[in-house]
Design a protein around this ligand. Structure first.
Ligand code: NAP
Length: 487
């Protein structure tokens, strides 16, 4: 943390109603550097009673915030965006320190996260209603869109900045106030964003950050509250389902961005010069810990051996290290337990006949480091075919026909992102139409951008973030009928 230009960005208290505050119990929780397991900070560890105060603060701030014009809210959001961009390097240092991803990736995430604030500052001005052609001469029909109210956001550790801005920006732009619970592992990025929001002039109570290690208790408080009218959650499918059940009693509006099992399909007619680096980025960025990482690499017969040969060379060129100590392609995983899951999946696959092409073991740098790994001859019976790996392990499956590739790709309860590489125009159309996914990338390995709707189908979630559609998640439609027009 010595390297921070602006040390004021490092905060250790929660933020409720415009105040930096401790838990009422006085409890604190540690924040660790995943690369070394060393404690880098402690922060306030809130409980349900503290979170209730945050909900009340968001509720109290709501009337004034929703009364502001979209243009006034846009000016404040724009100011927040500019401060984040100016603080990019410090925010990246904080993120790498608590999350582990290489510094360049952290800086990339800061800019990606900021792009949602810029985007929704603009989109907030375009929340139009309708005047509907009337059904009766003495009546008029109009539709307006209103902020949904107090929003709760629960976010994961793998994108400590962008998963927050992707929710807070459209919520604020629409006129909602928000209570945010960042992941226990990565509270510092959330608190630093709050410092900049406060400096930008976002009023007290509009954003509240509740840091906590008691995720179930906080989740229960947020979902039980009748004041909270909307939950936006990004995280695992299991927790998403639980929160969806909890929201049923108060019939909240919900958005869920959940897990994935992304196929990356390489057809015979793929351009391997393009596909290989894309397949590296798609699989190994953030040490494989993203919901849209390629989870299964499906390669067509005719190109199978050639692909594996070239992929192996490219994977073996990747550099690994502590993100604050140099420029590396891959950092640690979030903790040693995450490696345990990767090892379990690897052992299951090799016991059933898969072959380790490269990697397949821990890295001597530390207990959270794992070598980028490629497994060949993987089959649908192996656990890697069904489960989200969430680590630097690329399992390669072989297929014969286009139909078989589509069938294998869709053979999962998930439906977030899918990727394929092909050049035949007819095939490109047929395959993209056949894939049951919320997002499909053709001849690209990275698809996230603020201008496009991000989200999944099936058990990967409900709703979309970003794009002109993203703000719909934070507004309710109101139909107004005006009668007595003709006397
Ligand atoms: P997670 O365990 O579900 O945690 C996500 C968030 O939920 C964290 O803030 C966590 O708090 C909290 N949480 C955990 N149990 C809870 C409960 N019972 N009630 C309320 N909140 C609870 O997921 P993760 O391991 O952090 O994140 C990885 C998952 O997120 C993967 O499945 C990944 O695919 C998914 N993800 C999806 C997207 C997307 O856009 N679709 C984006 C990123 C990640 P604590 O961490 O403090 O326990």
């Amino acid at each position: 943390m010595q390297r921070l230009n602006n040390k004021a960005l490092l905060r250790d208290k929660a933020y409720i109603n415009g105040q930096w505050c401790e838990a009422q119990s006085g409890a604190r929780m540690p924040v660790l550097d995943p690369a070394t397991s060393e404690q880098i900070a402690t922060v306030a560890d809130l409980d349900g009673a503290d979170v209730s105060l945050a909900i009340d603060a968001a509720n109290a701030a709501l009337p004034a915030w929703r009364r502001k014009t979209a243009k006034e809210r846009a000016a404040l959001l724009r100011n927040w965006f500019e401060r984040i961009v100016a603080a990019k390097d410090d925010l990246a240092i904080l993120m790498t320190a608590e999350q582990g991803k290489p510094l360049a990736e952290s800086a990339g995430e800061v800019m990606y996260g900021a792009s949602f604030i810029e985007w929704f500052a603009e989109e907030g001005k375009r929340v139009y209603g309708d005047v509907v052609p009337t059904h009766a001469a003495d009546k008029r029909v109009i539709v307006t869109k209103e902020p949904v109210g107090v929003v709760a956001a629960i976010t994961p550790w793998n994108f400590p900045n962008a998963m927050i801005t992707r929710k807070a920006a459209p919520a604020l732009a629409a006129g909602c106030t928000i209570v945010i619970k960042p992941a226990e592992d990565t509270p510092l990025s959330a608190l630093a964003l709050m410092v900049l929001a406060e400096e930008a002039g976002i009023p007290a109570g509009v954003i509240n950050i509740v840091t906590s290690s008691r995720s179930a208790e906080v989740g229960q408080t947020l979902t039980d509250s009748p004041i909270v009218r909307k939950l936006s959650f990004t995280g695992s499918t299991a927790v998403g389902k639980q929160l969806m059940r909890q929201c049923a009693d108060t019939v909240k509006k919900i958005s869920l961005e959940l897990g994935g099992n992304a196929p990356l399909i390489i057809f015979d007619d793929a351009d391997l010069d393009r596909a290989i680096p894309a397949a590296i980025a798609c699989k190994f960025r953030n040490a494989g810990q993203t919901c849209v990482c390629a989870n299964r690499v499906l390669v067509q017969d005719g190109i199978y051996d050639e692909f594996i040969k070239r992929y192996k060379v490219a994977v073996e060129q990747m550099t690994i290290g502590h993100g604050l100590q140099g420029t590396f392609d891959q950092g640690p995983m979030i903790n040693a337990a995450a490696i345990g899951k990767v090892e379990e999946l690897l052992n299951d696959a090799t016991s059933k006949g898969a072959r380790v092409v490269t990697g397949g073991e821990r890295h001597p740098l530390g207990e959270a480091f794992y070598r980028p790994t490629v497994l060949a001859d993987v089959t649908p019976e192996m656990r890697v075919a069904k489960e989200e790996i969430f680590g630097p392990l690329a399992p390669i499956f072989r297929f014969d026909t286009e139909e078989q590739a589509i069938q294998m790709a869709n053979d999962t309860e998930y439906g977030l992102a899918a990727y394929f590489f092909a050049n035949n125009l007819g095939r490109v159309w047929r395959v993209q139409e056949g894939l049951e996914y919320g997002m499909v990338a053709v001849n690209e390995g990275i698809l996230s951008t603020e201008v496009a709707p991000f989200g999944g189908i099936k058990e990967s979630g409900i709703g979309r973030e970003g794009s002109k559609y993203g703000i719909d998640e934070y507004v309710e439609m109101k139909y107004v009928l005006i009668g007595g027009i003709d006397k």
